[in-house]
Design a protein around this ligand. Structure first.
Ligand code: SAH
Length: 358
């Protein structure tokens, strides 16, 4: 066993305690974190404002180990836009995926919060691969660091829409976000960070005041349909989502995004759009319509134990005329509606296509 911990796994508070316990100043923790996350210096000996004894003590206790990028595939989106899907190996051998999307000035990283997922939404590839484990805050943060360093760019936006359910790993996600959103460290403003959830209402209540953007994967306009595709709906049905949103005076001008995967002949009719109009108000929510992405069946490794039944659903993507009509209907009712043509689709880096293998 390695007796050293990765320094990336410590919160500011934890590093402060370490400094105090080792005869250094609380403020040294802030300086060290600034070196690491702001100046990207991964060597205690180069931290010139840190005393020699403290540097020695840090060297004895911590390393700069991070997960490793082991594969990447790139898709050009035209006009200089592109996306890259990264396969990242964690220290215990499990693998996760992150997707970088370069779109004009916006450089977005779609990060994973778990290896696999427990939520079992049956239209989602990740869900069909089962759950391995929660990521640590270090593993969440290192997705940003690794990819910024690899591409020599600054990430401007982070979305928790990769593998996993962020609210099912909330303590590590929150710990990572403290460093990611701190202007002195990674420095991505909270309004540029989106937490996307299948709708775990109790946990949503815990983050509602933290000023991150919230997206809820609704994906159906009534409980009968939602129960068929998202098991979480049995615990937190659509009424709970409606109530959470209408109670939410705290959202201010930051509307909640409702994500809605359009599946052909399942949830894409004008009647479904009408049901949505009855449930929600344009003051509180905007819609993100996502044309369904097919599973990457050909590339599923034999060693992976998938729930074969889920793949027999044969879901298809809604055709363009139908989703344009769906969008029109919602827009005429006053909603802001964006159709999210998943970037990175040809490299299976689109929404719901991440599975943690090459
Ligand atoms: N667990 C979180 C975040 C991961 S999923 C959540 O549920 O929000 C990110 C988004 O991808 C969700 O909105 C989900 O509904 C969508 N998605 C999942 N599978 C998809 C697929 N096959 N095609 C299109 N979007 C999909």
């Amino acid at each position: 066993m390695d007796s050293q911990n990765s320094i990336f796994n410590l919160s500011l508070k934890e590093l402060e305690n370490f400094c105090i316990n080792n005869s250094a100043k609380k403020f040294n923790a802030f300086q060290i974190m600034k070196w690491i996350y702001n100046a990207k210096i991964y060597d205690f000996n180069s931290m010139t404002n840190i005393s020699k004894p403290l540097r020695e003590c840090l060297n004895l206790n911590f390393n700069f180990k991070m997960p490793e990028i082991i594969n990447s595939s790139r898709e050009s989106g035209g006009e200089g836009n592109y996306s890259i899907k990264y396969l990242i190996k964690l220290n215990d051998g499990s693998a996760i995926e992150s997707v970088f999307i370069d779109y004009g000035k916006r450089k977005t990283l779609c990060v994973s919060s778990q290896a696999g997922c427990k939520m079992l939404c049956n239209f989602c590839t990740t869900g069909n691969f089962g759950f391995q484990r929660n990521l640590t805050s270090e593993e969440i943060i290192s997705q940003i660091i690794l990819i910024e360093n690899e591409l020599k760019i600054k990430i401007t936006n982070v979305v928790f829409m990769g593998m996993g359910e962020p609210l099912d790993n909330l303590s590590e996600v929150k710990k990572a976000l403290e460093i990611i959103s701190d202007a002195n460290f990674i420095g991505i403003a909270r309004r540029k960070i989106t937490i996307s959830t299948c709708g775990i209402i109790d946990k949503l209540n815990e983050i509602k005041d933290l000023k991150y953007k919230i997206a809820i994967s609704l994906n159906a306009s009534n409980n009968y349909l939602r129960n068929q595709i998202m098991p979480i709906n049995k615990k937190y049905p659509i009424e709970d989502i409606v109530k959470f949103i209408s109670d939410g005076k705290y959202f201010g001008h930051n509307k909640i995004t409702l994500e809605y995967v359009l599946i052909k002949d399942f949830n894409d009719s004008i009647n479904n759009a009408k049901e949505l109009i009855k449930l929600f108000s344009p003051q509180n929510v905007k819609f993100n319509l996502i044309p369904f992405n097919k599973f990457d069946i050909e590339n599923i490794g034999e060693t992976v134990n998938i729930n074969q039944k889920q793949f027999e659903n044969n879901y298809e993507r809604t055709n363009e005329t139908v989703y344009n009509n769906f969008q029109d209907k919602l827009m005429k009712a006053g909603f802001v509606v964006i159709i999210r043509h998943s970037k990175a689709q040809s490299i299976y880096g689109g929404c719901g296509q991440l599975k943690g293998s090459a």
